[in-house]
Structure formats: structure tokens, C-alpha cells
Design a binder for this molecule. Sequence first.
Ligand code: ZN
Length: 356
Amino acid sequence: MRNEFPISVKQKLAERVAYRCSFPDCDQHTIGPGVENDMATMNLEEAAHIYAASPGGPRYNPELSDDACRSIENGIWLCRKHARVIDVGHKVYAAQTLKTWKKSAELRARYVLLGGDTDQAALPSVLLRLGHRLVCWVRWLAIEHLQWTFEVVAFVEGSIQDLQMYCSSFSQMPSYNRFVIIESQGDGRCLEGIHLKVEQGQRVLLECFVGPKAPRSIHQDMADFALDSDFDLETYQGDLHVVTGTEAAIQAITLSLSLQYGDLKEFPDEGSEFRWILAHYQHDPLLNKMIKMEVARLLTVGANLANRPGLDFVNRVIDVQVLGVRQLPICSPAIVHLELEFGDGEQWKGIIQIPV
Ligand SMILES: [Zn+2]
């Protein structure tokens, strides 16, 4: 059974964004007069579900009750075109991102209602990471096919000079450093181009020309030799033990995060930043988001290891919670609660342990 929204919920969703589409930079009016008679109206809108109304639908969340699925919290008001875009492209548009857009659209509607100019509306920002050590808060301004435009609001790692340097040296950069990660999405893309524009009013606009999402491999087909907690081969009655499917996938994620920069002397540019982030952000509220972006990097560009594939069997990281971080550095391994979506849409959550 589909959990359709009650009419009252649809109406409130629409009113809260002044009947305009919530997709970044669309702002399409969704209601107007019809031509049949003086009473007729024409609607080109959709109250779209953030988590799908029925199993198998886009972003379906089995833990959401029917009531929660039909509630206003689970809706976003869109024009018909963009309602289709987010559902056909559901592997691209994460629930958390849609929630950010909804909040943006509501803030914008309120700002305009009170007499403000839309361009000046205070929109909520998302965390974005470029390359290895550039992380900033941005506002998502527009999406036009493979061109994403953001306004840079503040820096977490790096500075405006570092961003300028990143953009100007982009074409000489190794491919593993050309990527953009969006924290709310738990996902990223390889970058084909990037352009920084500083407007007269000092607004810093970042245009990212992204590649299409690379195809995902099927985690169910994976198989590898089992490793013990020290990453030594595990034997069972003298034979090497083999892990397959989800177990092999989780082992690959653990291994990928454990392999730190500098661990491989012959490949100093390769590995994960997990340990560095843990050391630098262990008392920072951004810790979980920073780790989430690092996992998203590994599924976007991989660990760049010649003999190891990236996490191309993961579609998206849904959530990361580092547990027991207060005991650091005594606490080893680091205990991480991870929630993700595999390439085939299956969701997994559980605990992984990363040696630090
Ligand atoms: Zn739209």
C-alpha cells in the first residue's frame, strides 16, 4: 500500500514554500489559472516523498512508520519535472540533501514574504570537500545537468587562497585529487572542471563540472580471504577462510579506512585520512561528518591503491558515528557505527573497528 499524503499535508507543504518548487534555483510556480472556466486552476506540482511511500521506491526506509511516511516531515514540494528528477535519479539525491533543499525553500519563501530579495535569502549550508585538505560550508545554488553551483560561506580546512590555488592548478592535478564530496549526500563525483568566481558583492561562487556517477559493482559477488583483527590471513582447520558478499564488503571498507597515508612507503600519496581526521577532530562536533566525507571519498575516487579497488560497491554513506572517541588515544581500535547503501540499493548498518 502506498502511503499517500493527506490533502491537509499537501496543502501545508505547498503553502510553506508559496507553491514554488523547492529544487535549487528552480523556483517554478506550481499553481495558476486553468482555461476551462472562471473557477478552474491548473496544478503542475507534486508533494514528493523524501523516503518512498512503498517498498522498493526511491530512498525507501523500512524503519519509517506509515504515519511518519505520510507526515509533513517526509514531504517536499516540487514542480512535476523535478519530482521526476529526484525519483528517477534517487541514487543521486539523498534524503538528507532533499531535507536541506526543503529547508532552503521554506527560508527563502519566508524571506520573500517579509519583503526580502530572494538573492539575499539566508539559506542553510552543507559541507563540501574538494581534494585532500579543502573543506568548506557552501550553499547549494543551482544544479544544471552536470554543473553544480555553490556559494562558499566559510572554510573548515584550508582558506580562500587554497581554494583559488586548487582551481588554478586543477588541470595539472593528479586525477585522485579531482573530486567533490557533499556531506549531506554521503557521496561525491569526480570533477572534470572547476571555476571560482568572486562577485562584486564579495559573494564567492564555485562552479563544479562533475562527471556522471561511476557504475557500482555488486557487493553480493565479492569474495576475499578472511583477515583477523590484525589483518593477518585467518585460517580455519589449516585452510584459509573465505568471506563473501556483505562480509567481504565490510572487510574491504575496514581495510580501506585502516590503510593510512604513509603506511605504504612506495605509495606516499595513497591511503585514507581516517587516522588524521580522528586525531584532529576527536573533540570537534564535525568529527562524524568529516569521517562520513572520507568514506564518501573512498567510494568516489577510491584509495588510489594500484592493487586495491575503491569502495565502488557502495552507493552512498547514510550515517557515521564514531563511538568511544573520548578514550582516545587509549581506545584502539576506533569503534565506528556505519550506515550505508550498497550499489544495488540494499542498506546495511553495523559496527566496524578501525585500528588507530
Ligand atoms: Zn522545479
